[in-house]
Ligand binder design. Structure first.
Ligand SMILES: Cc1cc2nc3c(=O)[nH]c(=O)nc-3n(C[C@H](O)[C@H](O)[C@H](O)COP(=O)(O)O)c2cc1C
Length: 479
């Protein structure tokens, strides 16, 4: 099922017992996000609709993505199956395919790829007389946060060179009722396009959507290569064409089902201090200079909902989204690095700080080849530590991973450090923002092809015939 908009999704959660509604007044300063966080920590991860937020007439809703089951509901299937569907799209027909059946299959899969664009929102939306961010229940999450932050914005931009669209999720600090920060990291799509505007000394149109159907919101987070349109991606997953509308004051399109749209611009010559902000890493991201977003116009749906999330120490809904991304994109990663058997972007390491991959090793140096491939691939380039293990290790079992890491390496031979390379903008220990080092750990078994001249010991394992019989006898021990 594809949810038409955020309201339909919330109604569905209400009907299926996955929504709590809070009518008590809550404070957007620290209190609202704390309640969301506690529901995730000790509750069952229900979404919460806050009907009465202090100083705002507009309800806020959070914990939209906070369970794996809900993520599957949003995606319309398991991330694994969707990953295989995406992989299948680029499969060359083999001898068993008739061209007709393959063509029909492709038509079905690509039916939603091209968005429909119309020129106006229709009567469901109105243009606000005044730009006033103060209307919205925008939260402050942590005591030392530099202010209130929009945490689930869909930021839409367009490359002035190619005309290609981009939609990313980048937090926005409220500076005043008409101005926010624009926290796109230097490696991300929005920042790349901004540089192209800077080179042409042009203002950059930006549209920000607060609230759309949940699949569109997820698509903004998905690590798509630049040049792949998030709206088409959303259309492929849902097999339904996305409905978009042309902006009023910006040369951009945005979802017709938007709850709130902020139209405005970024002047590439302007920056302002943004932060601090309690981040996914569990630390406050430091203050830094970031672009500024000026809002020219606000368009609102009738009775809009404002979506929010809590960003901070583990575990929050970003972990559920991150794991869905890992499972969905693994089949695509395998197209370029087919020797990868499985991959775990570890949530304890905030995903980008440590990735464990098991590989089918075939030749000397193979583990290092995989490390370099990972460091060269999309947002996997942020992986600070890459640990490569053999396929007998389950990469999702921390005990097995640590066993392999500690028993299969000789550190001076198997650990490589690459200085002077890319880091995620959130890599706090790097001496220079966005610039630091990487560590690769090759915990695969070695043999003479890699200069290891001793015999490699066998792994302890019991004979299967013994296991069956002994197990039956052991069962009898039970009273
Ligand atoms: C809740 C949340 C907040 C995020 N905040 C930021 C942010 O402030 N800056 C940033 O660069 N990425 C942020 N991200 C990650 C990006 O949305 C993600 O990397 C996305 O793929 C970027 O899209 P792009 O490659 O099209 O730029 C956030 C993700 C989530 C789930």
């Amino acid at each position: 099922m594809v949810f038409e908009d955020l309201r339909e999704f919330i109604d569905h959660l209400g009907k299926t017992g996955n929504l709590r509604t809070m009518d008590d007044e809550v404070d957007p300063e620290l209190e609202l996000t704390y309640i969301l966080s506690e529901e995730e920590r000790i509750g069952k991860g229900d979404a919460i609709l806050f009907n009465s937020v202090k100083n705002s007439q507009i309800p806020a809703v959070g914990n939209l993505f906070s369970t794996r089951e809900r993520m599957e509901l949003i995606l319309g299937g398991s991330p694994e199956d969707i990953g295989l569907r995406l992989q299948n799209l680029i499969r060359v027909p083999d001898d068993t395919d008739s061209m007709i059946s393959r063509g029909l299959e492709m038509m079905k899969e690509l039916g939603g790829v091209k968005p429909k664009i119309s020129s106006s929102m229709g009567s469901s939306h109105r243009t606000m007389e005044k730009v006033d961010l103060g209307r919205y229940p925008i939260c402050k999450t942590w005591p030392q946060d530099g202010g209130n932050f929009i945490t689930l914005p869909l930021v839409i931009t367009r490359d002035p060179v190619t005309g290609q669209r981009n939609m990313g999720m980048y937090r926005m600090q409220v500076f005043d009722n008409e101005t926010t920060g624009m926290h796109w990291h230097i490696h991300k799509g929005g920042s790349e396009y901004e540089q192209n505007y800077a080179e042409r000394s042009k203002l950059m149109d930006v549209a920000v959507v607060l609230g759309s159907d949940p699949l569109t919101m997820f698509s903004a987070v998905a690590p798509l290569p630049n040049g792949i349109d998030e709206f088409s991606f959303r259309g492929i997953i849902s097999r339904k064409r996305m409905e978009l509308v042309r902006g009023q004051t910006v040369d951009l399109v945005y979802p017709r089902n938007s709850e709130i749209v902020l139209e405005g611009y970024v002047d590439p010559s302007e920056t302002r201090v943004e932060g601090p902000f309690g981040d996914h890493t569990g630390y406050y991201s430091l203050e830094a200079e970031f672009p500024v977003f000026h809002i020219k116009k606000i368009i609102e749906k009738d009775k809009p909902l404002y979506p929010t999330t809590i960003v901070g120490k583990l575990w929050h809904e970003d972990v559920i989204m991150g794991k869905a991304i890992e499972r969905m994109f693994l089949p695509l990663v395998r197209i370029q690095i087919p020797e990868i058997v499985d991959m775990n972007t570890m949530e304890e390491a905030v995903f980008h700080n440590m990735v464990v991959v098991s590989i089918k090793k075939r030749y000397p140096g193979h583990a290092k080849k995989v490390m370099f491939a990972i460091w060269g691939m999309g947002q996997l380039m942020f992986s600070k530590i890459v640990l490569v293990v053999d396929p007998d290790i389950n990469v999702h079992d921390r005990k097995q991973v640590i066993w392999a890491m500690s028993t299969r390496i000789d550190p001076s031979r198997d650990v490589i450090i690459i200085p002077g390379t890319v880091t995620d903008s959130l890599d706090h220990p790097a001496s220079i923002m966005n610039y630091g080092s990487k560590m690769g750990i090759d915990a695969t078994r070695k043999d003479e092809s890699e200069g290891f001249m001793r015999p490699w010991p066998d792994v302890l394992d019991m004979k299967q015939e013994i296991v069956m019989e002994a197990q039956a006898k052991r069962e009898k021990l039970r009273p």
